[in-house]
Design a protein. Structure first.
Lengths: 345, 285
């Protein structure tokens, strides 16, 4: 199979399991974001793909070839580190030419490739600058260019944009995605920023406690999370307990929700995104009665906090569809079964 | 944090103590030595204040030029050997666990507690024909007969490197510990083998530290006068040995002082040259 395959990859540090039998297949040319809270094992997984850490067990395959025991420098990959790891004693051009220089490539080839890469990252004419004289975003680009010098099969990035300020980060996300599509290179990015993952990835891999919880497209992850961890970690959500009554109907917050059913007919949890929660006049048919406790008007969006029988529900709406609510007033909350996701407890 | 420049004389108060110490223990003795180097020697080990150049004139002979050349060569060789051994050693040490690093550090510091005399005689025993390591080689069948490895130039060099190595490692250690470990990892992901990464990334990134260490060990080795006497033949004696000889056994203080001043000047010149070369290199890269 073309692309990267992780087969039951496991990493133990003493009695602590950092990565627990991970199974993952990344087709050639895919952009994958590994997303998870800190300490979930995503960086360890990336380092094992790079060969910087050896798996305790399991196999890493690249284009069908087992590379588990191949040392890092013999795997054709490019990696961008969180610290960028630009060589402080070399100039921009020398940093980018490093992979060619240590292989003893001719001088003209080095210069030509450096020029190509510098124009690709919009830093033409910067070859002779020392890296210490660059801004954060420029250093970022140089690190990316250096990783791509050898036209690697695999492009790995460990929290590459975490050192940049918010605006620059968003611009770089778009740029990185465009660059990847232009080169068609298999790319794996480790991040804890879900906006970054949603912006760039073909496939988002959500990890927690050393295990993959869900691997799917960003929309799939957002719309149909596999479990409560994914639902809660990606975006914000309302998690509501659901029960099955004696007649087999789904009941949440004291209200029968037609069209939903818990798997196996027991307890379950409903996940509904705040923007999917509709507010109506209290007493409307099928609506859950609640009391508005707080309204946060952020200009672009309006968040309404509602207390429904002791459970806090958050509804988000746009100014165009401004709900007619005020603090202390009763309100009807509608859970549309079409946008509810039923998750096991 | 911005510090204000000192305004009044009393603001310089905290500097008084170090300034006094520096004057009493460095400036005055050094000044005395320079003064004595121009004094007139009297028969019987005394000298009278004067301003003569005869002490320096006596130094300007082929014999002393030879000794000075040998001293500088030996010191450079010791510095180069120490750095060549010390840099890889310290680099590997920083990759060890915290506990292993402490064990190595304690072992190295314990070498510092040995006096030069003990180091000298220990090596002369180790390198002797009757009780030395060649006997072990004979037992193991690697050599036919035991030979004396001391006195000789290799013996002097070995013992001086042994003595200076702990200092070298102590100076290199902080810089190597602070070196970002992802630099070597980055080099490896870019296709450099661990050995290549060491020479193309670790060594150049530590250029300033390595230069400073070379200078420190060089100066340290220039002052050595016991080991060349214990482990070397007279032709392996350094200028420091001759200075000691003149000052203590020949009671010729002015001549010893003149030699010491000369050594200081040559040393400063070499250090300046090294720094200049280092700065030149930095500009061109």
């Amino acid at each position: 199979m073309s692309g990267l395959t992780l087969d039951a990859v496991r990493k133990d540090f003493g009695s602590f399991t950092a990565v627990n039998d991970v199974q993952l297949s990344v087709p050639h040319g895919t952009f994958v974001c590994m997303l998870g809270p800190s300490g979930c094992g995503k960086t360890t997984l990336l380092r094992m793909i790079a060969g910087l850490d050896l798996p305790t067990s399991g196999r890493v395959l690249l284009d069908g070839e087992d590379i588990t025991a191949v040392p890092t420098h013999k795997r054709n990959l490019g990696m961008v580190f969180q610290s960028l790891a630009l060589f402080p004693h070399l100039t921009v051009g020398e940093n980018i030419a490093y992979p060619l220089r240590i292989r003893g490539a001719p001088r003209e080839e080095q210069v030509k490739r450096v020029d190509e890469l510098l124009s690709m990252i919009h830093l033409t004419g910067y070859a002779d600058r020392p890296v210490a004289k660059l801004s954060g975003g420029q250093r970022q680009r140089v690190a990316i260019a250096r990783a791509l010098t050898r036209s690697p099969k695999l492009f790995l990035l460990d929290e590459p944009l975490s050192a940049l300020d918010a605006k620059l980060r968003e611009a770089m996300q778009v740029e990185l995605r465009q660059l990847q599509q232009q080169l068609g290179i298999t790319t794996i990015v480790v991040t804890h920023d879900q906006r970054e993952a949603m912006t760039m990835a073909d496939t988002v891999v959500v990890m927690n406690k050393g295990e993959i919880r869900q691997a799917a497209s960003p929309m799939e992850i957002y719309r149909r999370p596999a479990d409560t961890f994914v639902a809660d970690f990606i975006g914000s959500t309302n998690l509501i307990d659901m029960e099955t009554d004696s007649a087999g109907r789904a009941v949440a917050l004291g209200q029968v929700i037609p069209g939903l059913s818990a798997p196996g007919g027991g307890k379950a949890i409903i996940s509904i995104r705040p923007e999917d929660v509709d507010l109506t006049a209290p007493g409307s048919g099928g609506a859950i009665l609640g009391t508005v406790t707080f309204v946060r008007d952020l200009g672009g969006t309006i968040e309404t906090f509602i207390d429904c029988a002791g459970k806090q529900i958050i509804a988000v709406s746009t100014p165009r569809a401004r709900p007619d609510v005020s603090v202390g007033q009763p309100v009807g909350v509608v859970l549309d079964p079409g946008v509810c996701v039923v998750l096991s407890t | 944090m911005r510090r204000e420049a000192p305004q009044r004389l009393s603001d310089y108060g905290p500097l008084a103590f170090p300034a006094i110490m520096l004057t009493v223990f460095f400036v005055i003795p050094f000044g005395t030595m320079i003064a004595v180097s121009f004094f007139q020697r009297q028969q019987g080990g005394f000298y009278t204040p004067a301003f003569v150049f005869s002490n320096y004139e006596r130094f300007l002979s082929l014999f002393f030029a030879h000794v000075l050349g040998f001293s500088l060569m030996l010191a450079v060789l010791v510095a180069v050997c120490c750095v060549a051994i010390g840099v890889p050693f310290t680099y590997l040490m920083t990759k060890m666990s915290r506990r292993a690093q402490i064990v190595w550090m304690v072992a190295l510091l314990s070498v510092l507690s040995l006096s030069e005399v003990i180091i000298g005689f220990a090596w002369s025993t180790l390198l002797s024909r009757t009780a030395g390591i060649t006997n072990l080689m004979v037992t193991l069948g690697l050599m036919d007969t035991a030979v004396a490895l001391s006195p000789g130039f290799p013996a002097v060099l070995t013992a001086m490197v042994y003595q200076a190595l702990p200092y070298t490692i102590l100076v290199l250690y902080p810089a190597l510990v602070r070196l970002d470990p992802t630099l070597t990892e980055a080099a490896r992901t870019l296709g450099a083998s661990p050995l290549k990464a060491f020479f193309t990334v670790v060594v150049p990134a530590l250029r300033t530290t390595i230069l400073a260490t070379l200078i420190m060990v060089f100066i340290f080795a220039l002052g050595s006068y016991l080991l060349p006497q214990i482990l070397g033949r007279p032709q392996h004696w350094t200028l420091s040995v001759l200075i000691t000889d003149q000052a203590i056994y020949q009671s010729n203080m002015p001549f010893a002082a003149a030699m010491a001043v000369f050594l200081v000047l040559v040393t400063l010149g070499m250090v300046a040259l090294t720094l200049f070369a280092g700065r030149k290199r930095e500009e061109t890269t």
